[in-house]
Each structure stands twice: as structure tokens, then as C-alpha cells.
Design a protein around this ligand. Structure first.
Ligand SMILES: Cc1cc2nc3c(=O)[nH]c(=O)nc-3n(C[C@H](O)[C@H](O)[C@H](O)COP(=O)(O)OP(=O)(O)OC[C@H]3O[C@@H](n4cnc5c(N)ncnc54)[C@H](O)[C@@H]3O)c2cc1C
Length: 456
């Protein structure tokens, strides 16, 4: 079925009172609202800011007029729920799939190498990809197969890994320091947004299983051709409103109100009370704490105060002369993990090149002043790209997302609350809830869709 056909609304009679309130207009809240609206349930999305998108949004840079994401987002072919959400709202054409799974690496001394997976069935595509990766010695490449083998032998039973870190697991599997720093650490940081010394091995194993041991299509990178806000917010609102739902901006929920352990509605910061038959919270863990009475939080969600955040720093640089042809590339042995070529991604042929540099698990970088980060990033660009040596960036813009995701430390997976709570008409969505996935777009969308499924 094409996107347009799926977009045709079914007539829904107007409802004087929304039956489901969804707090938060990020991926989780909008995915929940879209599925509920599709089923004919009247929904009201309440968003605190004057724009939607939560931790995945974009805006226009005042100096260049270019679109900046609050941080470059990569998806994968295994993001089945996200892809179906985008399809439903008619936004599938706004992402592009790699024809074959491919990740490029740059080393200052050894140059460029590609992890390219040929057209073989999974997981052979992965083995072939690893065997060609020139920045890692052949002994390490052969040894890397032990990780794949360990995953296969576990057969989905990763319980033991819940108590150890990524570093401990990789050491156990005899992975050398070199392959860890040049391959596994980059994969762990990119997918878990946490450093391997404290990130949970269980979550990493789950990522590898989902992304790399299933189909070749699941391993391909999927990237938005447009700014993140354009990717899904407008289309989601159109879908929701066409089915009788409502989306309100500048609507900060102060409290979620309960009587006899049932949610009765929410009170906004300006004192307005809105009643509801059910409430979905689709906000991050630290916002949920603010909206619930302390005794409810302690009784029903005692683990929430244990959660911590992991930051991501994004440094956008503009060069008047192009620096690289690569669409995105990982820098080896550099504080910058990834460089994304925004012109190439958007299919923009402008001479001036916009590059987005990413530091995940950025506990050390996030406290640094922006000028220090720009100077460091400029020096790194000169080190890796000869075409950056003759020029200075004409413009720079740094974004620090202190609460980019939860910190996936050992043990935290067990603490993540499920979408169905013990309060009968109160549901939890959000990337940080118990989805079995790292806190990603896919986790957020899945959690929202699950809340909608539980309600319908
Ligand atoms: C820089 C960066 C890079 C990332 N890279 C990737 C990536 O490459 N791939 C990937 O899959 N994921 C990535 N992520 C993670 C991804 O962005 C998140 O997992 C996802 O956006 C979370 O969506 P959510 O709906 O759960 O929460 P949010 O997006 O945080 O949405 C919650 C919404 O609730 C609103 N809200 C909060 N409190 C209230 C209140 N009291 N009343 C009303 N509204 C309220 C907020 O304003 C917000 O809009 C990245 C995140 C960041 C920050």
C-alpha cells in the first residue's frame, strides 16, 4: 500500500473531551498518538515547548540558513517500528537506505578503509565485511568472529551479560585493544551512547543481534534526507488532526492527577485541568519525576531516581571549500567519533560544505567551553582531511545535549519500567522505558506504539 492510501482518514465523530492525553511530542508521544488516532480514539498531545520533536528536532541556522539537527541521527534497517511509523504518516520518502551496509573509517596514518558488506545472506555479509576491513589486522579480524559465535551460542539468552560491561565482555572474548578501540568501541558508543567501560554488555549484544545477525537489510544505515523536524513532526500532526486528534504546543503539564489510583487527567502550568480516560507519559525519566506526586513515584516507580543521563556533543562546522566526498565517516583514535557530510546526505550541491561532528558518551567533552570544542574539532579536521588544512571553518555551531539518552550502565536494563504500569489507566512511553532496546528512536516509537496497543 502506498503512503497516500494509508493517509486517508476514517471519519471520526468530534469528541468534547479527549479520552487519551499524551504528554510529550517526541517520537514516542507522536507514535502513540498516530496509532490511537488511527484506531479512532480521540487523543490530545500536550507538548511543553513551542515545537515538536523532543530530542530529535532541527532548526534553521541564522548565519548560513542551513538546517541543523540537534544532533545527527542514524537509523538502521532493523528499526522496523520507526519505518512503519514513517510509512503510516507518509514520510517514508524522507529517509534513504544504503544500498549495502557500509561504514567508512579514517585513520591519520593508514588512510581510508570501508566496512562494506557484500550481497550475501546474513550473517555471512558481516563476516565478509569484517574480513575486508583494512584498518584492523587479519588476526584481529579472524578473532572478531568469536563475538559473532558467542552471540549465536547464546541464542538470545543474554542474562549473564546483564552484569558485566562491554569492555569486560570484549576482553573475555579475547578482543585485542586495537580492535576494541578501532571497531567495537565505536560501535558501542554509536549505538548505546555510553563508554564501553561502564556500558552494559547485555544491551550491546542485543544491538549486535538485531542489527547485524539477522538480514542484510537490517544492517543497512538509514538516514534522513531532511532536517529531523521535517522528517516526522508535521506529517504526524497532519495524520492525528485528520482523525480528530489534537496537538497543543506551549502546554506544560505540571501534575498528572490521580484519584483512587486512577489517572483523572492533568493540570497544566497555568492551572488548567484537562480530564482524560487514560494518560500516557511520553517524557524522559527526569521529567516524569517532576509531574508525579513524590508518594506515587516512590510507590510505583521507585527505580526512576536511579537513572542517569549520557550526553552527546555535536559540533557543526562550515567550510567554504569542500573537505570530503564521504557521506559519513568514523575517525579512528580521535575525540571526534563521526563526521557527517550534510551536503552529501541532503543531495545539496552547494560549494560551502556543512559537516556535523559527533561525540557520543561525551562525559568529558560536554563540560568544555564551546570555543575549546571548536578549536579541537578544527584541529582534528586538519589532521584527518588534507583539504581542511588550507582553510579555517567559516562558521561553527555547537550543541550540547546533556540528557541525550539514559546512561546504559550495568544493571539499569532491569530497572526500566514497562509501558503498562500498576496504575490501571496510566501508561509509560519513551525511549528509556523497558523496550529491550537501547534508548533510540526505535525504542521510543516501539514504546509509544505499545501504549496505544495496550489502550486499544
Ligand atoms: C544528539 C542526539 C543524537 C542522537 N542520535 C541518535 C541516533 O543516531 N539514533 C537513534 O536512534 N537515536 C538517537 N538519539 C536518541 C533519540 O533522539 C531519542 O531516543 C528519541 O528522540 C527519544 O524520543 P522520546 O519521545 O522518547 O523522548 P523526547 O524526544 O525527549 O520527547 C519528550 C517530549 O516531552 C516534552 N515534555 C517534557 N516534559 C513535559 C511536560 N511536563 N509537559 C509537556 N511536555 C513535556 C519534551 O519537550 C519533549 O518534546 C539521539 C539523541 C540525541 C539528543
Amino acid at each position: 500500500m502506498n503512503d497516500t492510501a494509508q493517509n486517508s482518514p476514517r471519519p471520526v465523530p468530534p469528541s468534547p473531551h479527549p479520552s487519551v492525553i499524551i504528554i510529550g511530542g517526541g517520537f514516542a508521544g507522536l507514535a502513540a498518538a498516530v496509532d490511537l488516532a488511527e484506531q479512532g480514539t480521540p487523543v490530545l498531545v500536550l507538548e511543553r515547548r513551542n515545537f515538536l520533536g523532543g530530542r530529535a528536532y532541527s532548526f534553521t541556522d541564522k548565519v548560513t540558513g542551513d538546517t541543523i539537527d540537534n544532533g545527527q541521527h542514524l537509523m538502521m534497517g532493523c528499526y522496523h517500528h520507526t519505518l512503519s511509523f514513517l510509512h503510516k504518516i507518509g514520510a517514508s520518502h524522507k529517509v534513504k537506505f544504503q544500498p549495502n551496509p557500509r561504514v567508512d573509517f579514517l585513520s591519520e596514518t593508514e588512510g581510508h578503509a570501508s566496512f562494506t558488506c557484500p550481497s550475501l545472506p546474513a550473517p555471512l555479509h558481516l563476516l565478509a565485511g569484517l574480513s575486508r576491513l583494512q584498518t584492523i589486522g587479519w588476526r584481529d579480524r579472524v578473532n572478531a568472529l568469536r563475538v559473532g559465535l558467542a552471540l549465536k551460542m547464546m541464542n538470545g539468552n543474554r542474562a549473564r551479560l546483564a552484569d558485566i560491561t562491554v569492555r569486560e565482555w570484549l576482553n573475555e572474548l579475547g578482543q585485542s585493544e586495537r580492535i576494541q578501540s578501532r571497531f567495537w568501541d565505536l560501535m558501542a558508543l554509536a549505538t548505546l551512547n555510553e563508554v564501553p567501560e561502564i556500558a552494559s554488555a547485555d544491551m550491546f549484544a542485543r544491538v549486535l543481534e538485531q542489527g547485524f545477525l539477522r538480514t542484510r537489510q537490517d544492517s543497512t544505515m538509514v538516514i534522513a534526507r531532511v532536517g529531523l523536524s521535517d522528517l516526522y513532526t508535521t506529517d504526524a500532526v497532519r495524520f492525528i488532526e485528520a482523525r480528530g486528534g489534537k496537538v497543543r504546543l506551549n502546554a506544560t503539564v505540571k501534575t498528572i492527577d490521580f484519584a483512587n489510583e486512577r489517572a483523572t487527567g492533568v493540570t497544566l502550568a497555568d492551572g488548567e485541568f484537562i480530564s482524560a480516560a487514560a494518560v500516557i507519559s511520553a517524557v524522559p525519566y527526569f521529567m516524569l519525576k517532576e509531574m508525579l506526586a513524590p508518594e506515587l513515584l516512590a510507590a510505583y516507580f521507585p527505580a526512576v531516581p536511579a537513572f542517569k543521563s549520557a550526553p552527546i556533543v555535536s559540533i557543526n562546522l562550515w567550510y567554504e571549500e569542500p573537505v570530503t566526498d564521504l557521506e559519513f565517516v568514523s575517525l579512528l583514535e580521535s575525540p571526534i567519533e563521526w563526521v557527517f557530510n550534510k551536503n552529501a546526505i541532503a543531495g545539496d550541491t552547494k560549494q560551502r560544505q556543512h559537516l556535523a561532528l559527533v561525540i557520543s558518551g561525551a562525559h568529558e567533552a560536554a563540560p568544555q567551553p564551546k570555543e575549546v570544542l571548536i578549536a579541537m574539532a578544527t584541529a582534528e579536521m586538519k589532521r584527518f582531511f588534507p583539504k581542511a588544512r588550507q582553510q579555517q571553518p567559516s562558521h561553527a555551531y555547537v550543541i550540547k545535549e546533556q540528557h541525550a539518552t539514559i546512561s546504559h550502565t550495568v544493571g539499569i536494563a532491569r530497572q526500566r519500567p514497562t509501558q503498562k504500569t500498576s496504575l490501571p489507566n496510566f501508561y509509560l512511553a519513551g525511549d528509556w522505558t523497558a523496550t529491550g532496546l537501547p534508548a533510540t528512536i526505535e525504542s521510543a516509537v516501539w514504546s509509544g506504539q505499545e501504549c496505544a496497543r495496550l489502550i486499544v
